[in-house]
Design a protein around this ligand. Structure first.
Ligand code: HEM
Length: 282
């Protein structure tokens, strides 16, 4: 079952409705939804304008210039660290859950498109690896996503809210991701049961058509923000925030001679502060 292309099977079950053309048009429509939603988001929230204003402000406050070789290096590091390994998450469980969700989604979407465009009918002879990866991608997303939903997200883990309490705008992305992959799997495992197909298509359409309101577009914006963060830390502008001072350093004591007045001659290491223990006191 997991080595059967569910879209070719769908075409075999209803050849007049689910023609290759209909399925391919649906994919193109979803891509257009994502492009239009992201562009509208950039225009409506003026995020591109804010981003370039912030970059200009950073340049003015920069303590040194970051050259193009350094920028290239930072770009590579952003891709290999923040993008490919979700390194922005310091909570290892959240990082692993994000990796499962992200790679699951990429594998699921890519294999859906390949199967629908290259092997839309049974006669095309889909290589078994494609449906296998499609099921694996959906399972990975469900694993990472349900873990996040029931145990990791801040509402449940820190604020003590029950898992079924929904904030529609904030949760529409994760919930429509989960619904899409859950119904896709149920549809495939029940050999094409109609109700699961309807729910699968409805949730996928919701996921891709609500980019303007959901967190979908973060997958395009976050890499740019992560790169910018590296630049502002390297050029010293740091968004106007104070530096990270080491209270045991002689230079820091010379720069701020009143430290002993408030903290004694040998100030204690205050530790990671907010990260000292998980927030569970609401
Ligand atoms: C296929 C691509 C991706 C998927 C499916 C995905 C999925 C998710 C999900 C489900 C959340 C939790 C949202 C919530 O709070 O409801 C999230 C948050 C987050 N993602 Fe991704 N993500 C993807 C790509 C990326 C990329 C490329 C980056 C960074 C370079 C990234 C960085 C983040 C960060 C920093 C958060 C936490 C902050 C926030 O909630 O805005 N994600 N992602």
């Amino acid at each position: 079952m997991i080595t059967t292309n569910p879209f070719a099977q769908l075409n075999a079950q209803s050849p007049d409705i689910f023609t290759p053309g209909v399925m391919q048009t649906y994919i193109v429509l979803m891509i257009l939804f994502v492009i239009a939603g992201t562009l509208f988001d950039v225009w409506h929230k003026k995020s591109a304008k804010y981003f370039s204003m912030n970059t200009e402000k950073g340049k003015k406050n920069a303590k040194r210039e970051v050259n193009s070789a350094e920028r290239k290096d930072m770009m590579v590091k952003t891709v290999t660290s923040e993008v490919l390994t979700s390194s922005e998450f310091s909570n290892p469980k959240r990082r692993l859950s994000h990796l499962l969700t992200m790679y699951g989604f990429i594998i699921f979407v890519a294999t859906t498109a390949i199967m629908i465009f290259a092997y839309p009918t049974i006669a095309d002879g889909t290589p078994a690896i494609l449906p296998l990866l499609w099921h694996l991608g959906a399972l990975m997303l469900c694993g990472g996503g349900y873990w996040f939903w029931f145990a990791i997200r801040v509402d449940v883990a820190a604020e003590g809210k029950p898992w079924y309490k929904i904030a529609p705008r904030a949760d529409m992305f994760i919930l429509s991701l989960l619904a899409t992959c859950t119904f896709a799997l149920l549809w495939s495992f029940t050999s094409g049961m109609g109700i699961f197909l309807i729910l699968f298509v409805a949730s996928a359409t919701f996921l891709f058509s609500t980019v303007i309101w959901s967190k979908f577009a973060h997958m395009f914006f976050k890499p740019a923000a992560a790169f910018e963060k590296r630049v502002i830390q390297a050029d010293g502008s740091n968004e106007g925030l104070p530096g990270d001072f080491d209270l045991s350093s002689k230079e820091v004591h010379e720069k701020f001679p009143d430290i002993p007045t408030y903290m004694g001659d040998t100030p204690a290491d205050m530790g990671p502060g907010i990260r000292r223990e998980p927030a569970r006191h609401y």
